[in-house]
Structures are given as structure tokens and as C-alpha cells.
Design a binder for this molecule. Structure first.
Ligand code: 13P
Length: 135
């Protein structure tokens, strides 16, 4: 089976939550091809050093756009993006652009932990969330 290409992104206030999520699912994540924005990737690797994560630029410096471009190139199957809804962000337009491309290309996109748990459960069961959309 081809590895699921999973993008992981979190805003600062949600990075601990995403690192804990990654830790809980570290066995499954170990079977995925993982991509993350710079600081998010670092935080996950601190908790789960065995995970092989391709780290892109930090979000405000183009990391969100890099992941968006990967989605447009059909190189991401699932986006997990723990968003902070309570803080203003200097790169809000990049965040919106990333979400927009996930919508345009119908890539499963989890914006909080509850949804991410459901998406991973669906991926484990197979089906569209498992990357068939990339077909
Ligand atoms: O800003 C981000 C998402 O919008 C994430 O970037 P970092 O993982 O580098 O903090």
C-alpha cells in the first residue's frame, strides 16, 4: 500500500495539542509520509524523534503556501491543521489560501482535534480519506 501523505500544521497555541495527538498516533504516523511546517514539525519531532518528517518553512515565512502548493500538485492526501481561532495572525491570508486549496482539491482537512481523530479513524478503515481522492 502506498503511504498516506499527511501534512501537519498547528498555530502556536495549538502546537502542544498537535504534538500530543502525534504522540498518541505515533505508530500510525510512522507508516505515513509526513510533512509539516517548520516549527510544528520541530515540536512533533521533539516528542516523537523516531518520526521522519519533511519540514517545510515556518508558516509565516511561506510554509502554509508550500503545503498549499503540494496540495495543488496532488502530493498531499490529508491535511491536519490545528487552528487557533482566538489570535490574530500576520499571515492570515496564507492560512486562508491553504484552506481554500484543500477545499478546491477536496483534500480531507481536519481543523481541530475532534475532527482529526475522526479523519484518522476513517483513514484506518480505508476509503476516500485514505487517499483515494489523490487517485
Ligand atoms: O503558522 C503556521 C500555520 O499557519 C504554522 O507554522 P509553524 O509550524 O512554523 O509555526
Amino acid at each position: 500500500m502506498t503511504a498516506i501523505r499527511l501534512a501537519l500544521v498547528a498555530h502556536d497555541a495549538r502546537k502542544d495539542e498537535l504534538a500530543s495527538f502525534a504522540e498518541r498516533h505515533r505508530v500510525f504516523l510512522g507508516q505515513c509520509a509526513l510533512f509539516a511546517t517548520g516549527t510544528t514539525g520541530l515540536r512533533i519531532m521533539e516528542r516523537c524523534p523516531e518520526l521522519d518528517i519533511t519540514r517545510l518553512k515556518s508558516g509565516p515565512y511561506g510554509g502554509d503556501q508550500q503545503i498549499g502548493a503540494m496540495i495543488a500538485e496532488n502530493a498531499i492526501d490529508v491535511l491536519i491543521f490545528f487552528v487557533d481561532p482566538l489570535s490574530p495572525l500576520p499571515h492570515d491570508v496564507d492560512v486562508k489560501a491553504l484552506m481554500r486549496l484543500a477545499l478546491v482539491y477536496d483534500v480531507p482537512m481536519a481543523l481541530n482535534r475532534a475532527t482529526a481523530e475522526m479523519v484518522l479513524a476513517a483513514v484506518l478503515r480505508g476509503g476516500k480519506a485514505a487517499g483515494e481522492a489523490a487517485g
